[in-house]
Design a protein around this ligand. Structure first.
Ligand SMILES: Nc1ncnc2c1ncn2[C@@H]1O[C@H](COP(=O)(O)OP(=O)(O)O)[C@@H](O)[C@H]1O
Ligand SMILES: Nc1ncnc2c1ncn2[C@H]1C[C@H](O)[C@@H](COP(=O)(O)OP(=O)(O)O)O1
Ligand SMILES: [Mg+2]
Length: 195
């Protein structure tokens, strides 16, 4: 099982909260048929299940903090194994959020061929998240938690981009632009991958 995943295309999708990762992933799924796995969505599904573990996760996420590495990585790995037979490639959205997460992923699962860096200004991300918060029902889309998520992004997640830049696999897209125009850049990044 794990061997099958090793041969699959793995794309990390990294960017600040509200930068537009989920939006672009949806478009990628529609055009390229890749499997979209969002660490945040997997965690929210666990919260929705009402399990004890879900309750612990909810408390952490509401504070804008990172849940334990092993929890997220196990969830992603299980979801990848479940799709290994049918997937043309995996979009790993919202992971890694710190360099250590990337290192552990590579030890346990495999190497990414691309890191898609979805870049937007912090003012833009705040504006989008507050707007999303009007309808998302997400307990972390409020002003106080947004500020914490942004701080943590700059502190813990930006170093992830530098880490993979040294490996030459980072493609940055300008997510200040309208969704369609961002997706033109995303498509170019994906089309440039070797088969
Ligand atoms: N390029 C864009 N221009 C304008 N609004 C955008 C753009 N990309 C995303 N949004 C909006 O910003 C919000 C956050 O996008 P989302 O894809 O959920 O971000 P993330 O998954 O990175 O948190 C959503 O409400 C989305 O509709
Ligand atoms: N890889 C990861 N490691 C630790 N915590 C994570 C995680 N991915 C998500 N979480 C937790 C903490 C985040 O603040 C919360 C929401 O994540 P998300 O849905 O990816 O946010 P967004 O798409 O707005 O960037 O879930
Ligand atoms: Mg998202």
């Amino acid at each position: 099982m794990a061997d099958k995943i090793k041969d699959a295309k793995i794309i990390f999708v990294v960017g600040g909260p509200g930068s537009g990762k989920g939006t672009q992933c949806e478009r990628i799924v529609a055009k390229y048929g890749y499997t979209h796995l969002s660490s945040g969505d997997l965690l929210r599904a666990e919260v929705a299940s009402g399990s004890d573990r879900g309750k612990q996760l909810q408390a952490i996420m509401q504070k804008g903090e990172l849940v334990p590495l092993d929890t997220v990585l196990d969830m992603i790995k299980d979801a990848m194994i479940a799709k290994a037979d049918v997937s043309k490639g995996f979009l790993i959205d919202g992971y890694p959020r710190e360099v250590k997460q990337g290192e552990e992923f590579e030890k346990k699962i495999g190497k990414p061929c691309l890191l898609l860096y979805v870049d937007a200004k912090s003012e833009t991300m705040i504006k989008r998240l507050l707007k999303r918060g009007e309808t998302s029902g997400r307990s972390d889309d409020n002003e106080e938690t947004i500020k914490k998520r942004l701080d943590l992004y700059y502190k813990a997640t930006e170093p992830v981009i530098a880490f993979y830049e040294s490996r030459g696999i980072v493609k940055k897209v300008d997510s200040e632009l309208p969704v369609d125009e961002v997706f033109v850049q995303v498509s170019q990044a994906i089309d440039s991958l070797k088969p």
